[in-house]
Design a protein around this ligand. Structure first.
Ligand code: GDP
Ligand code: ZN
Length: 385
């Protein structure tokens, strides 16, 4: 399999250059399982482990390989193989820099509010880090919503912000078009918040060929993932995109225990068109707190533009004179729900940024201490001890 069909390009070739001598090969992570990895490479599938040195020098969990990563490996000598079909074994020496990544916070950095499906990551690295990469090097992320009771513009905004902060390009899929009374109207409404993200209406279950509809993002070697609430049709769509490929995987999984060269469980899957689909439990459980400030501004470009028109550059958009945001809310050109959604995301983002940066957290604590002290002084001056 040529590397380009696995997503290899000039960017990764440049990162690999320092390793081009010394018997190293590039390979792409298809599955991570307790520090054992399944890789795709130009010499076929590999079963790999990190070298002791890589484990030792990793200061954060995010320094270790994740699904979708390009890694630098050395294949172990051939004689170790018991039979020709057995997968070759390899050692992972390094992780190449990522083009894009989806991360989540590891334990020790609590969520802004209680998150029922937050999964504690219990590994020897869990305690060291604030970040765990759950998928790397995605080109496109399909933000999937169903045109039924799941349909919610505010949720789409949150997913868009998450995708933009990952660096991948978002495409909004409005699924279950067969259940919608007026799919065209829904598309117009979603386009109003999509900024530059394409909006596609489809039925993963009923359309004759969903892969054809999504062809612009499924070119050979392009990597996509799906994001959306449970029940919106992500599995249905992935199965349709893979065609019979996934069934074949299921049929051969019994052979896994034999260590045979078979397509067993993978989280990086190859569609018949040659696109790569990442489907991990982590992506399915992704929480939307790790959103960067810039991606909020992109997602809410209309609000950013309004803020720039306020009379005061540090306007808090509450009661200042000449506030363009309040004016837009008053005349209805800015939807109140959208404004509240933006504020909520911004508060969460600020909270996450403070948690990730101890200095900001200390400054915040010091600021509050000062406020409390001042409040006490005022109270004392007014009412005595
Ligand atoms: P996931 O949780 O996002 O992976 O969602 P699933 O793929 O499991 O789909 C949830 C349910 O929605 C299943 O019963 C699917 O058959 C159904 N479903 C998926 N796509 C469509 C669609 O286009 N139209 C209709 N009517 N049902 C769909
Ligand atoms: Zn303002």
């Amino acid at each position: 399999m040529p590397l380009s069909s696995l997503g290899w390009d000039d960017f990764f070739a440049r990162q690999f250059a320092p390793y081009s001598t010394g018997g190293f090969l590039p390979a792409r992570v298809a599955l991570e399982h307790k520090h054992a990895y399944e890789l795709y490479s130009a010499v076929g599938e590999l079963a790999a482990e990190c070298t002791g040195r890589l484990l030792h020098t990793a200061t954060a969990r995010a320094d270790l390989p994740a699904v979708g990563d390009w890694v630098v490996v050395r294949v172990r000598p051939d004689e170790a193989r018991a039979c020709p079909e057995q997968r070759r074994r390899a050692d992972i020496h390094a992780v190449l820099p990522r083009k894009t990544k989806f991360s989540r916070r590891a334990p020790g950095s609590p969520a802004p509010d209680s998150r029922p499906n937050y999964v504690a990551i219990e590994t020897e690295f869990g305690q060291r880090s604030g970040e765990q990469v759950i998928a790397a090097n995605l080109d496109t992320v399909f933000v999937v919503t169903a045109l039924d009771s799941n349909y919610n513009l505010r949720r789409i905004e949150r997913y868009l912000a998450a995708v933009r902060s990952s660096g991948a390009m978002p495409v909004i899929l409005l699924n279950k078009s067969d259940l919608a009374a007026d799919p065209a109207a829904a598309r117009v409404e979603v386009e109003s918040i999509a900024i530059d993200a394409p909006v596609v209406v489809l039925s993963a279950a009923r359309d004759a060929n969903p892969a054809h509809t999504l062809a612009p993002w499924l070119a050979p070697g392009r990597t996509v993932a799906l994001l959306g609430s449970s029940g919106v049709g992500k599995s249905t769509l992935i199965n349709r995109l893979l065609g019979t490929a996934r069934q074949r995987i299921a049929a051969t999984s019994a052979e896994r225990d034999l260590g045979r060269h078979t397509t067993t469980h993978r989280e990086l899957l190859i569609t018949p068109s040659g696109a790569l689909v990442i489907d991990t439990p982590g992506m399915r459980e992704l929480q939307l707190w790790d959103v960067a400030a810039e991606s909020l501004d992109e997602t809410f470009a209309d609000i950013a533009a309004l803020s720039a028109q306020c009379r005061f550059h540090d306007c808090s958009h509450r009661s200042e004179p000449g506030c363009a945001v309040q004016a837009a809310l008053d005349d209805g050109s800015l939807d109140l729900g959208r404004w509240q959604s933006f504020q909520k995301l911004r508060r969460e983002q600020a909270y996450a940024a403070r948690k990730a940066d101890p200095r900001l957290e200390r400054e915040n604590k010091a600021a509050w201490k000062k406020i409390h002290k001042t409040a006490r002084q005022i109270h004392r001056a007014k009412y005595g001890e």
